[in-house]
Design a protein around this ligand. Structure first.
Ligand code: SF4
Length: 365
């Protein structure tokens, strides 16, 4: 079983971000940890041992050492954490010290995911990021010096005004840092964000040809440097694939704790309220998990499986394909946009990787 914990606090809100998050304001952090542990006590008992833990957000590295230690130790009362294979934690550069990294390691954290996004001061400023390139380098150095087993770097591309040469510099600078894992995300304009509003008003541009060229450039540079392109947006050194994210893509059960968190156990999907105050009040004053539930019927389940598995380099097992999909599959293979693995799975290649969402829609229809 896999465990996700959502920490929704950020010092400052990035204008492109659509995750559930907010500034801490006057949130009582002790009460927030109480609520998370209460939810843990109601959701976790009776499940198999936890194999991966992921603290996401928001900015989990904003939790104080005291609160984080209390939370991690407290979880052990409700779940078997003795056979964890990977414990990931999202952090922003320049928000932690060597002392904090030592504490994270002592708590069992094995993987830090750093939201670097760009090495260009101008783009960092456009993205509302508060760190400098030098601080990002220093954060990686601190993690390495403290012996953090794995470091992931998150990058964004196809930013307004970004040239191919600039993205190439970003990738080259990232490779100099030799992270174990690199995630590259195409900027998208998500509803209810500042960037969405600016884009809708014609103040920010998007360019599908640039999207494609930058995706291709990342694939070529990172695979040539020895990284495995194992999911549309993710590259890893041997042995550094994200176990937690693989679990989502492969349809394994996971439980999410915290406001805005999702859980999926079998075909039951539940999602918590995206309101931190309502979340805490429901758990601590009414003994209720503030969630909504839905059942994934065969059609919804197939849609999700195809959408996620096609993104991976393990590909889509034949069992998800229908006889009526055969002409499309044959055409994709003929056009060198897909191939069959030894396992028989259908895996996207070349231009097919770029068109993953469109191909998934065709297979789902
Ligand atoms: S991108 Fe990360 S740091 Fe920025 S607002 Fe979203 S969750 Fe917070």
């Amino acid at each position: 079983m896999h465990l996700y914990i959502h920490i929704p606090f950020c010092h400052r809100i990035c204008p492109y971000c659509s995750f559930y998050k907010h500034t801490p304001g006057n949130t009582d952090m002790k009460r927030f940890i109480d609520a998370l542990l209460k939810e843990a006590s109601m959701r976790l008992p009776g499940h198999p041992p936890v194999t991966t833990v992921y603290f996401g957000g928001g900015t989990p590295s904003m939790l104080s050492s005291t609160h984080l230690a209390r939370l991690v130790e407290g979880l052990k009362a409700y779940a078997n954490l003795s056979s964890i294979e990977e414990f990931s934690f999202e952090a922003n550069p320049a928000t932690f010290t060597a002392k904090k990294v030592c504490q994270w390691k002592n708590l069992g954290i094995t993987r830090i995911s750093l939201g670097i996004q760009s090495w260009d001061p101008g783009f960092l400023s456009m993205l509302g990021r508060t760190h400098t390139p030098e601080q990002a380098r220093e954060s990686i150095r601190l993690l390495r010096q403290a012996g953090m087993p794995q470091v992931n770097v998150d990058l964004m591309f196809s930013l307004p005004g970004q040239s191919i040469a600039s993205w190439q510099d970003t990738l080259a600078t990232t490779l100099e840092q030799n992270p174990d894992h690199i995630s590259t995300y195409n900027l998208t304009y998500e509803e209810d964000t500042d960037f969405y509003r600016q884009h809708a008003a014609g103040l920010m541009e998007s360019d599908m040809e640039r999207d494609a060229a930058m995706f291709e450039l990342a694939h070529n540079m990172l695979t040539e440097a020895g990284y495995r392109h194992y999911e549309t947006s993710n590259y890893a050194r041997e042995g550094a694939l994200s176990r937690h994210n693989l679990a989502y893509w492969q349809g394994e059960d996971y439980i999410g704790l915290g406001p805005g968190a999702y859980s999926t156990v079998g075909r039951i999907r539940s999602f918590n309220t995206s309101d931190t105050t309502a979340y805490m009040d429901a758990l601590l004053e009414r003994n209720l998990v503030p969630e909504q539930r839905e059942y994934l019927d065969d059609a919804a389940y197939r849609t999700e499986r195809i959408g996620l598995l096609l993104r991976t380099d393990e590909g889509l097992p034949n069992s998800w394909l229908r006889p009526c999909d055969r002409p499309l599959v044959e055409e994709l293979i003929r056009e060198q946009m897909a191939a069959r693995k030894h396992s028989g799975h259908l895996v996207l290649t070349g231009q097919g990787r770029l068109l993953v969402d469109e191909i998934a829609v065709e297979l789902i229809d």
